[in-house]
Design a protein around this ligand. Structure first.
Ligand SMILES: C[S@@+](CC[C@H](N)C(=O)[O-])C[C@H]1O[C@@H](n2cnc3c(N)ncnc32)[C@H](O)[C@@H]1O
Ligand code: SF4
Length: 465
């Protein structure tokens, strides 16, 4: 099925009606379902994956670098603020041991995707960066000549043009930059001052050194933001012309993330102001030529993500949308999550526990989840809805040997009211997400989530908008 590019439609009443709390479905089941999981469980899963996979099956690798030089008050990522760069040496030792323990199970599998996230991967010095790439090359089949999709998260405040040149030489071909907002009072309130010129310098250097794709992270709902101030930020973003833009909803959970307690709640925009900021941002970015992919993400019409969505082959994983993510994913480093042969497995979130296990040559898994058959079917439906806006009954029937209309009879009844509101169309051969629905993918996907009602008390998801 081919989707043609259309504009997502902003309908304020509908958005208000469906503005419930819910997951962003970077995985299904979500991390709320993860249970205690031992190193032995992890070994059983990777042994099974090694047994099942062809030697040539592609692999995705994620490496978490947890350090940051400064702490941004809004941040909900797993990070450690320090100015001491030598702390990364011990961490690299642990990563090296973790790779030696796990890599033998993935021998020969081409690394189609590599992503360094954080924290701030460019916290590492040039030498530390080269060491980490060397370790990856020694242990895994890292591809040469830009055959893989190799990306890294960049903080423009700690990334010089020379560092970008080094990253390009080492094989990275995509970068994402933390931009957030250019408005000065907002930057001060979030403890992240970074000028337009600094971001421009990174973008110019990245283009000069031949990165294929430049992506920006923005956040709406931050202190002192107004529709007008965010509009000015967007003007400057559009001038810089990134290929992809993520506009995240600020998730304010101060009971979970300590630095957020330093944000004055009275400085945050009200829910209705937030809605105005988002509605305006979506229409402005679409007018500037960006396509709304879904779940916070925009891309240029000629970007691979848009092409994949048009062809119905878009994927979604912990890093957001991607063109070829339907592979085993091995997560390395503190707090990273792997998705291997129908199981999710997460490493310790505390640095000392992670390093101790890794240095002792045992997997540092502490939580995980093995998907049952029902999870696997629902995972596919949620992926089809959030990536490609189309669920094909016949394809599901064949893939899982089910009668999907009967299997999801309750869900189809619940979807009828979403159809009345214009979010989906229940067609003879499948479920289609409408352009209004593309802005409300979360409540649509939530209909297929078997755990949401049961475990609502365990989760602290943010609102849809
Ligand atoms: C690991 S950081 C990006 C790399 C680098 N550390 C930087 O800040 O430039 C990933 C992104 O998560 C987003 N983020 C972090 N905390 C958030 C929160 N509480 N709500 C919404 N988005 C958040 C930010 O947009 C941030 O750029
Ligand atoms: S947003 Fe990036 S730089 Fe800021 S604290 Fe979080 S991970 Fe570190």
């Amino acid at each position: 099925m081919t989707n043609h590019i259309q504009e997502a439609i902003w309908d304020q009443d509908l958005i208000l009606k469906y503005n419930v709390t819910g997951p962003r479905y970077t995985s299904y089941p979500t991390a709320v379902q993860f249970e205690d999981c031992s190193a032995e469980d992890f070994m059983a899963h990777i042994t099974e994956s090694a047994r099942q996979s062809k030697a040539t099956a592609p692999l995705s690798l994620y490496v978490h670098v947890p350090f940051c030089q400064h702490v941004c008050f809004y941040c909900g990522c797993n990070k450690i603020a320090t100015k001491d760069q030598s702390r990364a040496d011990q961490y690299l030792n642990a990563l090296e041991e973790e790779m030696k323990t796990l890599a033998p199970y993935f021998r020969g599998r081409p690394v189609q995707q590599l992503h360094w996230g954080g924290g701030t991967p460019t916290f590492l010095s040039g030498e530390q960066t080269k060491r980490l790439i060397k370790m990856l090359r020694q242990n895994f089949d890292i591809l040469a000549d830009d055959l893989g999709e190799y990306s890294i998260e960049i903080d423009p405040r700690v990334t010089t043009p020379d560092r970008l040149m080094l990253l390009r030489e080492l094989g990275f071909n995509r970068i994402s930059l933390g931009v957030q907002d250019f408005n000065e009072p907002t930057q001060i309130a979030i403890n992240r001052t970074q000028s337009y010129e600094l971001v421009e310098e990174s973008v110019t250097a990245a283009k000069e050194y031949g990165f294929f794709s430049i992506s920006f992270d923005l956040i709406y709902g931050l202190p002192h933001q107004t529709q007008e101030s965010f509009d000015q930020t967007l003007d400057r973003v559009i001038e810089l012309n990134p290929d992809r833009i993520a506009v995240y909803n600020y998730a304010h959970l101060p009971e979970r993330f300590m630095p957020q307690r330093r944000i004055n709640e009275s400085d945050l925009p009200s829910p209705s102001e937030k809605l105005d900021i988002l509605g305006h941002a979506i229409s402005k970015l679409q007018k500037a030529g960006y396509v709304y992919i879904g779940m916070d993400h925009f891309a240029k019409p000629d970007d691979d993500l848009v092409k994949a969505q048009e062809e119905g082959t878009l994927q979604r994983n912990f890093q957001g949308y991607s063109t070829n993510g339907d592979t085993d994913l091995l997560g390395l480093g503190v707090s990273s999550i792997s998705h291997i042969s129908n199981a999710f497995l997460q490493n310790f979130r505390e640095l000392d526990k992670y390093e101790e296990a890794a240095l002792n040559g045992v997997p540092s898994t502490f939580k995980g989840y093995s998907l049952n058959n029902d999870d696997i079917v629902r995972q596919q439906v949620i992926k089809d809805l959030s990536c490609n806006g189309w669920v094909d009954y016949e394809k599901l029937d064949e893939q899982f040997d089910i009668d999907s209309r009967a299997y999801f009879s309750h869900e189809l009844v619940r979807l009828a009211s979403l159809e009345e509101d214009g979010l989906v169309k229940l067609e003879e051969n499948g479920i289609k997400v409408t352009m209004q629905g593309r802005l409300l993918l979360r409540p649509i996907c939530m209909v297929f989530d078997a755990y949401l009602q049961r475990d609502a008390h365990k989760a602290s998801f943010s609102k849809v908008v």
